[in-house]
Design a protein around this ligand. Structure first.
Ligand code: MD6
Ligand code: FE
Length: 214
């Protein structure tokens, strides 16, 4: 494996609970290469605002890469093999991203992670994501691996019931969060992005979540 992903001296592992591991700044050095790998696929499958079943637009703009992509429309949330906007298959998951996700899962204690979907979220200033569970995947035995780039946010981390009061911790540029096992169905969300500009992404936060959907 390339030493692009070797831990930085300032990188830090934080065990936030059973099945939840934060690797702070893990991707800081690799970020320019990882973000460059996104550019060609964003040209083919641009960011767009998905909607809830009732027709409300989500505030983060989204797209996907991988064999399957997550969508939301009047029929609800689900995974599809094709981008409904173009009719073409979602762009392939770049190997540099896939291998970084698998390595992070492995380091967190989830061997054999085999992602077939990567949801890419674009948060402009003010965008947020309400508390939700990731439950549209077929296989909850595999974790979710989340990469954060650009502007920071306060991540909301709740429990297995919606009423459980969420904790808040920052997710910053280069952070990796791995989420699985008994925590796989925990509620979580993203606080509104505060104004700012990041040298690599500009005035936005980007989040990639790798999943085993099928
Ligand atoms: C985000 N992430 O951080 C949205 N889900 O922008 C998620 O919803 C998420 O980061 C499951 C596991 C990790 C995540
Ligand atoms: Fe989620």
């Amino acid at each position: 494996m390339s030493d692009l992903f070797s831990p930085l001296p300032c990188a830090e592992r934080v065990d936030l609970g059973v099945g939840v591991v934060l690797f702070r700044k893990r991707l800081q050095d690799a970020a320019p290469s990882l973000l460059a790998a996104l550019q060609p696929l964003l040209a083919r499958a641009p960011f767009r605002h998905m909607t809830t079943q009732r027709g409300f637009a989500l505030s983060a703009a989204m797209t996907n890469c991988g064999v399957l992509g997550w969508i939301g429309d009047h029929r609800g949330y689900r995974y599809t093999p094709h981008d409904p906007q173009s009719g073409y298959p979602w762009p392939a998951m770049p190997e540099i991203l896939r291998s970084a996700a698998i390595q992070a899962a492995d380091d967190a204690g989830f061997a054999d992670f085999s992602p077939d979907a990567c949801l890419i979220n674009h948060y402009a200033v003010g965008a947020r994501m309400g508390l939700h569970q990731d439950k549209d995947e077929a296989d909850f035995s595999q974790p979710i691996v989340s990469f954060s780039f650009g502007l920071p946010t306060l991540f909301l981390w709740g429990g297995l019931a919606r009423r459980d009061k969420p904790q808040k911790f920052p997710l910053e540029h280069g952070d990796v969060l791995v989420w699985g096992g008994p925590a796989r169905l925990c509620f979580h969300g993203v606080s509104p992005i505060k104004e700012g500009a990041h040298p690599l992404t500009g005035a936005c936060r980007l989040n990639l979540t790798f999943r085993r959907a099928a």
